[in-house]
Design a protein around this ligand. Structure first.
Ligand SMILES: O=C(O)CCC(=O)C(=O)O
Ligand SMILES: [Fe+2]
Length: 429
């Protein structure tokens, strides 16, 4: 080795050793949740999934889907219990150490999964529903997906979507631009019925558009679509809902699926006297509410998350909803993911669960509903074959298939207010 190459190789070796030592020093400070996130994020070497719960392995009809994707966990990674489901051929599972978590693998038919992908992109990701792209771009009314499809079929219809920062700002907007500093992590106060008025009165400034965004085609913006709001508007800056913008009804397709999932679960097995630790939960002043969910559960907010295979969702708690115990229903579509769920702080060791297309997760009750959770990994190349186009839908589905090859969609639906509660009657809106 010539002296220059030797020096270079040595520098590289010393640097990588130093980096390793530094990260080792930090890793002792990492919370168990952070350690798990790091482990599942790793591309080289790929993560070991032997401690990941994979309930699809219990279903002979899903063996092809599991083998084709090349990733599998274990059906017994941690203790589970089967529960009865009403009015559904699917199966339900609960977990003694996470009271209130219910997983319904394959709850949605293959056709329903395709319908929901279509709904998420074509019907929902456009005005009046807000998306992350609306913060930075003046999107056409048909939304980024439909603009992309139109340009594919006729290139003369391709658009240059202008960024908002190129638009001349009025004085008020300029003032807001100056006010908004670097992005800060906001630890929001958990909402409840007593602090509703004070949270509602916190000013909610619009997010500042990126000054570096430039005119872009729908095809370049589509992979940057990250979320689309459902129902009550969520304000990311304060992590609170903004009731001044009014309410958009939750689409009947989504509402029906969520209600069906909540009615299907036998809540007596989840929270009743024979449910072990779940019987000791602190439900707050109104006491246990699960007995009434068949009547009182009414979704009114949520988000559609779009993940490209490199994307992750860091550990968080969804605590902006006044209803702190009512079910949150979460639908997985497309590529599979590792979902981590822990406890009230990041110091609880999280349980990893492999979620596949068509699976539904319900987070409910005082413990689970306010537990840390996140998605550290989308498992690449796991789009199941039933999400590919068929002879019949070849033309319409081709672009969906292409997009979904690198995508996972999660429809995450919540209840902010008790059924029938109208915030307009409590504050000036
Ligand atoms: O993608 C998921 O499975 C979870 C999403 C989530 O936790 C959220 O949107 O709050
Ligand atoms: Fe969440």
């Amino acid at each position: 080795m010539d002296p220059a190459s030797y020096k270079k190789a040595r520098r590289h070796f010393l640097k990588s050793t130093r980096d390793r030592d530094n990260s080792a020093a930090h890793s002792s400070d990492w919370s168990p949740f952070r350690v798990a996130e790091k482990r599942f994020k790793s591309k080289f070497p790929p993560p070991d999934l032997s401690n990941v719960l994979d309930l699809a392995l219990l279903d002979p009809q899903r063996i092809h889907e599991i083998n084709a994707g090349g990733w599998a966990g274990r059906p017994d990674a941690f203790p589970t219990r089967r529960i009865n489901l009403f009015d559904s051929d699917a199966k339900g599972y609960i977990f003694p150490h996470i009271p209130g978590l219910v997983v319904l693998p394959s709850f949605l038919s293959h056709q329903k999964q395709k319908d929901l992908v279509e709904w998420s992109l074509s019907e929902h990701s456009k005005q009046p529903n807000e998306t992350n792209l609306d913060i930075h771009y003046i999107l056409p009314p048909e939304g980024v997906w439909n603009a992309y499809v139109a340009a594919k079929s006729d290139p003369s219809l391709d658009l240059h979507i202008p960024p908002k920062s190129s638009v001349v700002l009025d004085a008020f907007e300029q003032y807001q631009e100056q006010e908004s500093g670097p992005r800060q992590l906001i630890n929001n106060t958990p909402a409840d019925s007593d602090n509703f008025d004070s949270l509602h009165n916190v000013p909610k400034l619009p997010a500042a558009p990126s000054p570096t965004a430039h005119p872009s085609s729908p095809a370049t913006l589509l992979p940057k679509l990250r979320w689309a709001n459902i129902g009550w508007f969520y304000h990311w800056g304060t992590k609170q809902y903004d009731f001044t913008k009014g309410k958009i009804a939750v689409h009947s397709t989504i509402r029906d699926i969520c209600k069906h999932a909540v009615r299907a679960a036998d809540w007596n097995q989840v929270f009743g006297n024979d449910s072990g630790d779940a019987g000791d939960l602190d439900w707050g002043e109104n006491g246990p509410e699960w007995m009434d969910w068949n009547e009182t559960y009414e979704p009114d907010a949520g988000i559609v998350n779009f993940y490209q295979t490199k994307d992750t969702l860091m550990a968080h708690v969804d605590r902006s909803e006044v209803c702190a115990t009512s079910p949150l229903v979460s639908i997985s579509l497309g590529n599979a993911a590792i979902f981590l769920i822990g406890g009230p702080t990041r110091d609880t060791e999280p349980s990893p669960i492999l979620l596949r297309s068509g699976d539904v997760v319900i987070m409910s009750g005082p413990a689970c509903r306010r537990s840390y959770h996140g998605v550290p990994r989308i498992l690449e190349n796991t789009l199941p074959s039933h999400m590919l186009s068929t002879d019949e839908d070849q033309r319409e589905w081709e672009l969906y298939e292409q997009y979904m090859k690198t995508t996972r969609i999660n429809i995450n639906v919540r209840q902010v207010f008790p059924k029938g509660f109208a915030p307009q009657q409590h504050v000036d809106i």
